[in-house]
Design a protein around this ligand. Sequence first.
Ligand code: FEO
Length: 403
Amino acid sequence: MGAVEVLKDIYWVGALDWNVRDFHGYITYKGTTYNAYLILDEKVTLFDTVKEPFRGDLLHHIRQVVDPQRIDYLVVNHVEPDHSGALPHLVEVVRPEKIICSPMGHKALLEHYHKEDWPYEVVKTGQSLSLGKRSVQFVETRMLHWPDSMFSYIPEERLLISSDAFGQHWCTSERFDDEVDQSELMMHAAKYYANILLLYSPLVKKLLSNVQEMGLKIDMIAPDHGLIWRGDPAKIVEAYARWAEQRPARKAVVVYDTMWKSTEKMAKAVASGLMKEGISVKVFDLKANHRSDVMTEVLDAGAVLVGSSTLNNGVLPNVADLLHYMKGLRPQNKIGAAFGSYGWSGEAVKLINQTLQDMKVELVDEGVRAKYMPDHEALRPCVELGRKVGRMLKTSLGEGEDG
Ligand code: FEO
């Protein structure tokens, strides 16, 4: 792929990574992109770079548009190495007049690359920089999702260069939202939100309201990963507002691991109880499903039910992994319950309950345990657990028992 003109004299010059599969614990089945944007104006300006191994792709794309040595300003919206990894090499090649970053970005750049002599220019929210015909307004977006993160807004183009926000880990030959399948696009955007931004939802709400107050007119959102929102930028802003609210849907996630299929039988029985109550259910065996895919479904689920056999007085390792990961992302407004089979000690249900309570998940029930292999009778309480959770979910949604 070559450089792509996204607006007159504004180019995507980033890199396609078709093969990355692990993004610190998030599985990226379809790769990702590292987006960088080049504006040709009186001051030629590059916004962000790429992951270090892709620096050749970045320079190749820049050279298709302009001699890299003609670049005047490098804007660092985010210091995480997937966007600044190529920066030291770019600085060598470009010899920029200015490296523009937020106050926390300055600190983070020094702590990453240890270059005191780079020509830093620190900008804060509300500051503006002229490029010639265009200008850049900076908006610090601290903790979305690093302390250094910021947006660059080009008012003359109504263009928001949004760093990680509004991105998707999805590598495509297309560059714009209106060129791809919408349901797949929104699935990747939701997965990205659920696995990267969920715990910062209160800050997302605040940021969206600040952006509204600032009166930024936005025709295009250019994130640092995935597709550029050109056809319908409001769609992703509205989705972020919805996801940040964490309003529960009439939906439950049943997630488990099992040693000898007893807990799996219980999971199926729990799911059948939920379905009898008219709840939409997603069932995940953790041997076959990745934690980040489970989190994508947890995002709008009203109930989370976790099952594990007891192993060595604890839960199975896959369940411990999921609970640890989910706790870090701090999902809100969920009800839940635990279930699991055991042979003699049977601590798993109690341990799951503890973690769910630590996560502020409202427990509907003390949970269901079944000894060794549950028979039809032993599975009845599991069906009832599903029904009970389903009824409570409907009540909490204001739907009533038959709603
Ligand atoms: Fe895509 Fe926070 O880096």
